[in-house]
Design a protein around this ligand. Sequence first.
Ligand SMILES: [Zn+2]
Length: 315
Amino acid sequence: MDRYDRQKLLLGEEKQKILQGKTAAVVGVGALGTVAAELLARAGVSLLLIDRDVVEESNLQRQLLFDEQDVGKSKAIAAKEKLSKINSSITIMEKPVQFDNQNIKMLDDVDIVLDCTDNLETRFLVNDHCRKQKIPWIYGAAIKTSGYVMPIVPEGPCLRCFLKEANLETCDTVGVLNTVTTIIAAEQATLALKILLGENVEPILSYHDVWNDEHKKLMITKKAGCPACNGVFEYLDKKDTAVLVRFCSAGKFQIRGNKPDLGSIKERWSKIGKVYGDGQMICFGSITLFEDGRALVRAKTKEEALSIYSRLVGN
Ligand SMILES: [Zn+2]
């Protein structure tokens, strides 16, 4: 008997071995990402975990890998710690960074990408890169009581074949049920396992409303004028110059600055209060500063966020 016994009974020894040689990237380790990552880790798939954010108490309602002890920690790092305890035989890499077209090459060595983000901009970026590099990926999205999931493979239709650039609600103003995020993530993980094992998947957009018990399937076809399918990758070339970004979770801002000397800043902050750090970031009061120069600041307004930043970090 080994840990994959029940899975081997279903898939066979050979396919289990194949899974254990595969790596999946999980972009966004939140409601969808924590669930999908845990399922894939338990199934024997190695992982690349990417998330720029830290765990907050309001995440615990649906981000199943995290507990109260994780509040304040980087999501990518906290998830890796938890998953390593669940399966120490897989490789888990963590990237607590702002994922953008400058560092998207980190996806090049993975076998599949799971879109577990909460924003359309990142999804279109993943779409462009995966189309260009011929990497299969799984689109997933959930809000309120419903969600969507679809496998996107190199030769089939892509996200831009059916999704317009500005037609999604943001999670700022609406809630989300933890059962729907879990269902969507489980379906994403299932599709990932099938693709990793070379099974055929149809370009079907699945819709589930768990509260109203509505489930629909829509066969997607390639759109003639789709830029990505015609080799035009707008999101890969976009220049992102935004210094300050308001996050999906209300009251949080991200400010991009120069790479800081975390050691000396930690020393400075320690003189005025308690500083928490995990090697890749330090946290003090309402500010979390990462080694790549990003700062997450809890504040009511943009101005307040910038003022906290300049007071504690400087530049
Ligand atoms: Zn397309």
